[in-house]
Design a protein around this ligand. Structure first.
Ligand code: FAD
Length: 261
């Protein structure tokens, strides 16, 4: 069984800064594997442990430095790393990111059974990339997944969080799964894993390998743009209790909400 895990490099800080183009300032900031993607890797490792014959490839679209993050994933038990990197990918929105990753998979890694993504990236936080990849590959997707089980190579069961609790769905492979953060301690690198990671070659693909034109990737291929980025005003401590419905209705009106009295 072949599993692709999509992982994203995110800034290791809560003090996010923006560039003049309203994109996240990444230069000079330490980066880590997106915390949700750590659990995407964990789900893949669990399947490898239970099924045996599983090959895990970690894939990212990002700058050249993202090679180090891919090597970290290899040090905990993943088998291969693939980096999609090209200046023409810069400025991609979620649509262009999904399209680039899906095109690279179609062209270079078509022989997969399962794709695992995190549910959210803690910096962009749209939760759109996984579903975008699935829809562009035309494969089923399951989101908000807590746990994967009972995989027979043709189908897999996914326990997903819903408003009322949990539901388990059976999905045919190939499929894409978006996972939530788990509660268990993530796997730590072993000495052998670190040595393997140091000696492993990360496969690098550029725009030519995806089959996309420069107009279809990066900023040019992005139908959305960030018009403004700002830090919300902290209103903590300014909470007011409404003692009856009339004062509540007044407050709703005061803040511009619709109130049918
Ligand atoms: P989510 O959709 O929340 O991520 C969910 C999951 O998808 C992740 O857990 C991971 O499994 C997978 N995933 C997400 N991104 C990747 C990735 N790159 N590789 C592999 N897997 C991934 N960001 C920049 O860094 N530089 C820019 O110049 C830039 N320009 C932008 C310009 C515009 C106009 C817009 C709208 C956005 C731009 N962004 C830029 C943000 C970028 O689009 C998003 O970071 C990216 O599309 C992923 O979306 P997200 O962070 O919301 O991830």
């Amino acid at each position: 069984m072949k599993i692709l895990v999509c992982i994203k490099q995110v800034p290791d800080t809560t003090d996010i800064k923006w560039t003049e183009h309203n994109t996240i300032q990444r230069e000079g900031v330490e980066s880590v594997i997106n915390p949700f993607d750590v659990y995407a890797i964990e789900e893949a490792l669990k399947l490898k442990k239970s099924l045996g014959n599983v090959e895990i490839t970690v894939l990212t679209m990002g700058p050249l430095q993202a090679k180090e993050m891919l090597k970290k994933a290899i040090s905990v038990g993943c088998d291969n790393g693939v980096l999609l990197t090209d200046k023409k990918f810069a400025g991609a929105d979620t649509y262009a990111t999904g399209k680039t990753i899906a095109s690279a998979i179609q062209n270079k890694l078509p022989d997969y059974d399962l794709i695992i993504c995190g549910q959210f990236a803690v910096d962009g936080d749209t939760a759109q990339t996984g579903p975008s990849i699935a829809s562009q590959l035309n494969i089923p997707q399951v989101t908000y997944v807590r746990e994967l089980s009972k995989c027979d190579g043709k189908c897999i069961y996914a326990k997903r969080e819903i408003e009322e609790g949990f539901e388990t769905v059976k999905v045919e492979l190939p499929a894409l799964i978006c996972v939530l953060k788990g509660f268990e301690e993530p796997t730590r690198p072993t000495i052998n894993g670190i040595i393997k990671a140091q000696n492993s070659d990360i496969t690098v693909y550029t725009i030519e390998d995806t089959g996309l034109t420069p107009e279809e990737a990066g900023l040019k291929g992005s139908p959305t743009y960030v018009s403004k980025a700002f830090r919300p005003v902290n209103t903590r401590g300014e909470c007011e209790f409404c003692i009856n419905c009339d004062t509540l209705a007044e407050k709703i009106k005061e803040f511009g909400g619709i109130c049918n009295e």
